[in-house]
Design a protein around this ligand. Sequence first.
Ligand SMILES: *[C@@H]1O[C@H](CO)[C@@H](O)[C@H](O)[C@H]1NC(C)=O
Ligand SMILES: *[C@@H]1O[C@H](CO)[C@@H](O)[C@H](O)[C@H]1NC(C)=O
Ligand SMILES: *[C@@H]1O[C@H](CO)[C@@H](O)[C@H](O)[C@H]1NC(C)=O
Length: 367
Amino acid sequence: MVGTRRMIALLFLVAVFASAAVDGCTPSDRAALLAFKAALNEPYLGIFNSWKGYDCCHGWYGVQCDPELRRVADITLRGESEDPIFQKAHRTGYMTGSISPAICKLDRLSSLIIADWKGVSGPIPACISSLPFLRHLDLTGNRISGEIPADIGRLSRLAVLHLADNLITGRIPRSLTNLSSLMHLDLRNNSIRGTIPRNFGKMKMLSRALFSHNRLQGFIPGSFSAIYRLSDLDLSFNRLSGPIPESLGKMSVLATLNLDVNYISGTIPASLVNSRIGTLNLSRNAIEGPIPDAFGPRSYFTVLDLSYNKLKGNIPKSIASATFIGHLDVSHNHLCGPIPAGSPFDHLEASSFVANDCLCGKPLKAC
Ligand SMILES: *[C@@H]1O[C@H](CO)[C@@H](O)[C@H](O)[C@H]1NC(C)=O
Ligand SMILES: *[C@@H]1O[C@H](CO)[C@@H](O)[C@H](O)[C@H]1NC(C)=O
Ligand SMILES: *[C@@H]1O[C@H](CO)[C@@H](O)[C@H](O)[C@H]1NC(C)=O
């Protein structure tokens, strides 16, 4: 009898704990989410209407918990999505307000995505660099201002850092190169100034580094070429100067190199035209000297845009040995001499060759 009663009491306790573990999110996580919500205003879709009740792990739009720890792990709020809530409203998202530092109390957060809401402003809370499990930070497409937190490099698990299309100012923090797990870095279309850290190549996991449309100046660090996995490097629309490091042409997987619209000078390294690079845009710089006569069977370009520079000399003969050149543009330079016949020149239009000193032959005037 006593045994049975004890058993029942025990079962009751187990049930109480189990239901607390299954249903509840921790009160501190819930409080942090409500403080985060209070600093934002989303007038058209009502995504935050679901953020009510005690269990923030169930039914709160965009919130995911770790199933074992019952702690908030992911916040995914995208202003452009296929979610039915958007289809019903027949519009994309718009949200104002700012990102509350209360978010930093979610110390099990692994992913924070607040992207494409157009109107979220204010700074990235500096305390974000104290979130030890953060792997994915995406604040693309808002009006985030201020600087990238100086000690962002503490986020040792961070794999994705997407801050494109915002109003971020200041420099690339020196600690950034300590992000040894970073795979995707997208800082495009902000107002970031200063130089690219010389030791950028420390980030060995990086596969995409996108910086276009900022105000970066100084030289392109040669250490980029130490990043074995780097496949996409976009430095276009900045104020970079100095030469193109020769080592960029020797990288094993670099496929896209966009350096257009900068103040880059010096000559085109021969390594660049016989490399793995398939999209090479050097347009609108101050590059001089000849187009290297170093094309070969490894040369396979979907885009080779050398327009608006100060290139001199002939179109090199070896270009005929390239396996493929889809789009070629050498217009607005100081090139001279006959345009070679045959592939890849037979499908190109005059606009690819115009405004040089004395290029001639098809598709321009006969020599
Ligand atoms: C830059 O970002 C703003 C949003 O902050 C966007 O409206 C604009 O179209 C973007 N510009 C480019 C060139 O992508
Ligand atoms: C980068 O990490 C190292 C080792 O943890 C540390 O000593 C250094 O101060 C960090 N650099 C910056 C700029 O934070
Ligand atoms: C190369 O860059 C220039 C300048 O930004 C741009 O106008 C051009 O379209 C680009 N070339 C290609 C083929 O994308």
